[in-house]
Design a protein around this ligand. Structure first.
Ligand SMILES: Nc1ncnc2c1ncn2[C@@H]1O[C@H](COP(=O)(O)OP(=O)(O)OP(=O)(O)O)[C@@H](O)[C@H]1O
Ligand SMILES: [Mg+2]
Length: 500
C-alpha cells in the first residue's frame, strides 16, 4: 500500500476565462499534516474544492489509494473518504448538532424511521472525542464559531475520512480554540489521516505542518519539509519577491484628541472604559479574542446598545443613536466582513461605492467616472486580484473579498477610522498594503484605531496600545518609550501582573 492517500496530478481549472489552477499537482501522505500557502487568489480554495468534489477540473487526474478516482460531488468524495471544512463554514444554523453531523446520511432504524436515539448518541461521542461536552440536540446557531468548526470536523470523524481538508480554520478562532483545534488535528494525524491545512499564518504552518506546498498564480511553486525552509524563504516563494519590511511604520506627530470615550459600560460586555484617540496616530487595541474590544466599538458606533457612557468628538459631546449617525464621523471596518460588509451579488465597483454614494454624486446623478476611477485605484492600491472591476464580489477569492470591504471603508469621508482585525485572512504581501493605507490615513491627519489579536501587527504598527481583557482596560502602553515590550502586552492580555 502506498503512503500517499490522495494525489492531484496536473490539474487545470478555469472559471470563465480565469485560470484558477494551472497544471497543479500535490500529494497528501497518510499521517502527515500538509500546509498549503499562497497569496490571495493563488488558487488554494479552488484546489481544495477540486479535491473535495465541488469543482470538476478541465484537465488532470485524481489518484486515491493508488487508483484513478472520479467523483462529481462532495457527497461522492465524502463517501470515498475525503472531507473538507470550508473557508465559509457549511453549518445549517437552525438545525441541531446531530442533524448537521448526519446531514445527507441520516441513519434509519429497522422500522424505517430516523433513528435519533442512535444518532444523538454518536453525535455526543464524536463531540466528546474533540473535548466538546455539548447536548447533541442543541441548535448549531447557538454555538460559537469555534464550536461550529468542531461540528464541521465532527462530520469528517463521523464518516471516518481518510483525507481531511481545513481551509483557513483558525481565521475566526481565539487562541484557546485554535490550540484545541490543533490538538484534534494531531490526534487525527496519529490515526493515519492525511491532513491538508490552508493558512495565512506562517507561524501555524511552521509549528504544525510536516510539509508545506506553496502556490502562486494558480501554479505549484515548491513542496518542502517545513524543517528545511525558513520564514523569509517561504514568503519569497509566495509573493515572488522579497519583502524587506513587514511593518512599514512611519513616524508622525500626533495632533489633537479626535475622540474621547468616557465611562463606557455595557453589562456583561465591557466596563468603565475611558480612553482618548488622537489625530495622526494609530492606536492599537490588543487583547485576546473575546476580550470585549469588538463589543466596545460596536457600542461606540451605536451598532449595539450601551448602558452608559459618553463620546466626545473634536471636543463636543455627541449623541450618536445609530450607525447611520456614527458614519458622519466614524468609519468602522467590521470584523465579520461577510455578514456586514459585502454584497456578493454586486460588482467590485458597486461594493466600493456603496457606503458613500453621496461622494459620487454630481448634481442628482451618480458620477460613474468617479466610481470607476476610485474602484480602479483601490484595486491597484490593495492588489485586488481580478481582471475587471465589474467582476462580482462573490466570484473573488476569500482574501480578495476582504480587500474590497477595506477599499469601501477607506474611501469614507470620516476622520476617525476603526479597523477590526484588518488583516485577517489576508496574505503577507497584502497586509503591507493595508498598513500603507493606514499610514496614508494618519499622514492625512486622520485618527486610526486598530483592533487586532495579532501581536506582531499591534507592536509593528501602533503608536500607542491599549490592552483589554475581560471587558476592561488592563494597560495603556506608549510604543515610542524604550521600556515597553511585547511581554507587557502579553501579560496584560493574558492575566498576571504588569511590570511597572
Ligand atoms: N466561482 C468562481 N467564478 C469565477 N472566478 C473564480 C471563482 N472561484 C474562484 N475564482 C477565481 O479563481 C482564482 C483563485 O481563487 P481561490 O479562491 O482559489 O484563491 P485562494 O488561494 O483560496 O485565495 P484566498 O487566500 O484569498 O482565499 C481567483 O482569481 C478567483 O477570483
Ligand atoms: Mg481561499
Amino acid at each position: 500500500m502506498s503512503e500517499i492517500a490522495v494525489e492531484l496530478r496536473n490539474i487545470t481549472k478555469i472559471f470563465s476565462g480565469v485560470t484558477a489552477l494551472d497544471g497543479m499537482s500535490i500529494a497528501l501522505k497518510k499521517g502527515e499534516i500538509h500546509g498549503l500557502i499562497g497569496e490571495n487568489g493563488a488558487g488554494k480554495s479552488t484546489l481544495i474544492k477540486v479535491l473535495s468534489g465541488v469543482h470538476i477540473p478541465e484537465k488532470g487526474e485524481i489518484i486515491f489509494d493508488d487508483q484513478p478516482a472520479k467523483y462529481t460531488s462532495p457527497l461522492e468524495a465524502k463517501r470515498m473518504g475525503i472531507t473538507c471544512v470550508y473557508q465559509e463554514l457549511n453549518i445549517a444554523k437552525d438545525l441541531s448538532i446531530t442533524d448537521n453531523l448526519f446531514m445527507g446520511e441520516y441513519v434509519k432504524s429497522k422500522s424505517g424511521l430516523l433513528d435519533y436515539t442512535y444518532m444523538n448518541k454518536r453525535a455526543r461521542e464524536v463531540m466528546e472525542e474533540m473535548g466538546q461536552d455539548l447536548e447533541p440536540t442543541k441548535q448549531c446557531g447557538l454555538l460559537g464559531m469555534g464550536q461550529q468548526q468542531m461540528v464541521e470536523i465532527g462530520k469528517s470523524i463521523l464518516s471516518n475520512s481518510k483525507v481531511i481538508i481545513l481551509d483557513e480554520p483558525t481565521s475566526s478562532l481565539g487562541e484557546k480554540e485554535s490550540q484545541l483545534l490543533f490538538e484534534i488535528v494531531k490526534k487525527l494525524k496519529a490515526q493515519g489521516k492525511a491532513i491538508l491545512f490552508v493558512s495565512h499564518k506562517l507561524e501555524e504552518i511552521f509549528e504544525h505542518c510536516d510539509v508545506v506546498t506553496v502556490m502562486r498564480d494558480a501554479k505549484h511553486i515548491i513542496t518542502t519539509p517545513t524543517s528545511a525552509i525558513n520564514k523569509d524563504q517561504l514568503i519569497s516563494y509566495m509573493v515572488g519577491r522579497t519583502l524587506s519590511n513587514l511593518f512599514p511604520k512611519i513616524k508622525t506627530t500626533p495632533g489633537d484628541v479626535a475622540m474621547e470615550i468616557k465611562d463606557f459600560s455595557s453589562v456583561g460586555a465591557y466596563r468603565n472604559i475611558n480612553f482618548k484617540a488622537r489625530y495622526g496616530e494609530i492606536l492599537g487595541f490588543a487583547g485576546l479574542v473575546g476580550a470585549g474590544r469588538t463589543e466596545l466599538f460596536r457600542g461606540i458606533f451605536a451598532a449595539d446598545k450601551k448602558d452608559s457612557g459618553q463620546i466626545i468628538i473634536d471636543g463636543k459631546v455627541q449623541n450618536i443613536k445609530s450607525p447611520a449617525k456614527a458614519i458622519a464621523n466614524i468609519a468602522f471596518l467590521t470584523e465579520d466582513r461577510k455578514a456586514q460588509g459585502l454584497v456578493l451579488s454586486e460588482t467590485i465597483a458597486r461594493n466600493i461605492s456603496l457606503v458613500n454614494l453621496s461622494t459620487f454624486t454630481r448634481g442628482l446623478f451618480l458620477d460613474d467616472k468617479k466610481i470607476i476611477s476610485q474602484a480602479e485605484d483601490c484595486v491597484k492600491k490593495l492588489r485586488i486580484k481580478t481582471n475587471s472591476i465589474y467582476k462580482l464580489a462573490g466570484d473573488l477569492s476569500g482574501g480578495n473579498q476582504q480587500k474590497v470591504v477595506i477599499a469601501k471603508w477607506i474611501n469614507m469621508k470620516a476622520n476617525i477610522f476603526i479597523f477590526d482585525e484588518p488583516t485577517r485572512g489576508i496574505d503577507v504581501g497584502a497586509k503591507i498594503e493595508v498598513y500603507n493605507v493606514m499610514n496614508d490615513l494618519i499622514k492625512a491627519g486622520k485618527c486610526v484605531i486598530m483592533i487586532s489579536s495579532e501581536l506582531p501587527e499591534i507592536l509593528g504598527m501602533s503608536d500607542r496600545v491599549i490592552v483589554m481583557r475581560g471587558g476592561k482596560i488592563m494597560a495603556e502602553i506608549d510604543c515610542s518609550s524604550d521600556q515597553f515590550n511585547q511581554e507587557d502586552i502579553m501579560k496584560a492580555a493574558w492575566g498576571g501582573v504588569l511590570k511597572s
